[in-house]
Design a protein around this ligand. Structure first.
Ligand SMILES: NC(=O)c1ccc[n+]([C@@H]2O[C@H](COP(=O)([O-])OP(=O)(O)OC[C@H]3O[C@@H](n4cnc5c(N)ncnc54)[C@H](O)[C@@H]3O)[C@@H](O)[C@H]2O)c1
Length: 386
């Protein structure tokens, strides 16, 4: 029997520093701090293509392959001059990657993420972290076991308007925040539903879109204590909802209402309001209103409303508005740069997997609260603060 060290040497093949294998399995070589981060994209659909564009434009990283069974992805890889893999096993065996962005359908995030983590790849997993809590927890467990970094793609945390709103809240400009009203409403065209998983439970506006608003509000106001919800699939009649209405109580005491619908002709949604997504027509309307004892902030037009003059005024006094200027920069680009820092160990992930699991917990509870017609109260004891 071979000694362990000899066995190791037997199986170790070094062609050059970028092509080191152990028993046929690729080993990720050591990198220096300023070397471009080699990132592969797994799932080159709607959002994966945007990640690819940002990677190609970003000097701090390099595209290390595209993994997707769709033949269009092969053409895309040719155009992007990167290696194409039809499936994950071939990629993990051969690819020269140290990190991966997983932008595949929700129910594949955890299994693909676990495989990548086992291979030592750092991860940017698109939201939601997973399709269910059990597989989300399994993914977290594997990332800890494999000592890899994981960032979850709640990219709105990198939106300059959200960052400015956090600064305004931290400065106490609004006084005590009493309530928030949020809208995510638009009309998804019929063709969007040609993809089967978007018609099934988990593929609708709650898990695809509302999850962003829940995460945004958690990022601004902390953990959620209780949730009430109603949902409906009355317009399209698919198994998945097309509309939902929520009431939330945050642990901080802030109350919120959210209305979401992907079956409504409306400009009142985060993407149209901020113009952050080129796929949605920009409409420059507000989508959140944050109400405080001193002032109200309308978001993302960043209009602050407060009474003129000294304290102690009320509804019969003149109320004036002013704008807080914000310089826009694409959140996905900013998220990618942050991911490079996370991979290089320079910073902690702005949206950790544990944090994303909390967002997922609340989001999944929307369906349950609506089905039961009863509120859901969350117990975050033992989990890190959100
Ligand atoms: N952050 C955001 O704003 C945002 C926006 C859209 C979608 N998303 C998320 O990104 C994910 C993808 O959404 P989409 O709209 O781009 O979907 P999509 O259907 O357009 O693309 C998914 C791609 O994954 C590929 N794929 C499926 N199984 C695969 C596998 N096992 N290995 C490799 N590739 C595989 C498909 O062929 C397809 O090309 C979803 O989880 C969604 O929630 C996030």
């Amino acid at each position: 029997m071979l000694h362990e060290e000899e066995a190791y040497r037997e199986g170790l093949q070094i062609e050059d520093l970028n092509h080191v294998t152990l028993n046929g399995r690729k080993i990720v070589p050591m990198t220096t701090d300023d070397a471009p981060v080699r990132i592969a994209v797994i799932g080159a659909g709607l959002i994966g293509r945007r990640h690819i564009q940002h990677i190609l434009a970003e000097p701090r990283c390099r595209l290390a392959g595209i993994v997707d069974p769709d033949p269009n992805a092969r053409r895309l890889a040719q155009q992007a001059q990167t290696t194409y893999y039809a499936e994950i096993d071939a990629f993990l065996k051969a690819a020269d990657a140290e990190a991966a962005i997983i932008s595949t359908p929700n129910d594949t995030h955890a299994p693909l993420g676990i495989q990548c983590a086992q291979a030592g790849l750092h991860l940017l997993v698109e939201k939601p972290l997973a399709a269910d809590l059990r597989s989300g927890a399994a993914l977290i467990e594997q990332t800890v076991k494999s000592s890899i970094q994981i960032l979850v793609g709640h990219h709105r945390r990198f939106n300059p308007y959200i960052e400015a709103t956090r600064r305004i809240l931290e400065a106490g400009t609004l006084g005590t925040v009493t309530a928030v009203n949020a809208l995510w409403t638009t009309l998804k065209p019929d063709g969007y539903f040609d993809v089967a998983w978007r018609r099934r439970p988990g593929g609708g506006p709650v898990l695809i879109n509302l999850i962003h608003d829940i995460d945004c509000l958690r990022y601004l106001f902390g953990d959620i204590e209780r949730l009430y919800a109603e949902s409906s699939s009355g317009v399209r009649g698919f198994a998945v909802e097309d509309t939902a209405a929520l009431v939330l109580r945050f642990c901080s005491g802030v109350l919120a209402t959210i209305v979401t619908s992907d079956a409504a002709a409306s400009p009142y949604n985060f993407e149209s309001a901020t113009g952050e997504n080129p796929l949605l027509h920009a409409a420059a309307q507000d989508c959140y209103r944050i109400f405080g004892t001193r002032a109200t902030l309308s978001f993302p037009d960043m209009t602050l409303w407060d009474y003129e003059g000294a304290d102690g005024q009320g509804w019969s006094d003149p109320i004036a508005s002013r704008r807080c200027p914000v310089e826009f920069a694409p959140p996905l680009e900013r998220q990618l740069r942050h991911f490079c820092d996370v991979v290089r160990g320079n910073t902690a992930p702005r949206c950790s997997a544990e944090d994303a699991l909390k967002t997922l917990t609340v989001t999944l509870a929307v369906g349950e609260a609506a089905r039961k017609g009863a509120p859901i109260t969350f117990d975050w004891a033992g989990l890190p603060d959100g």
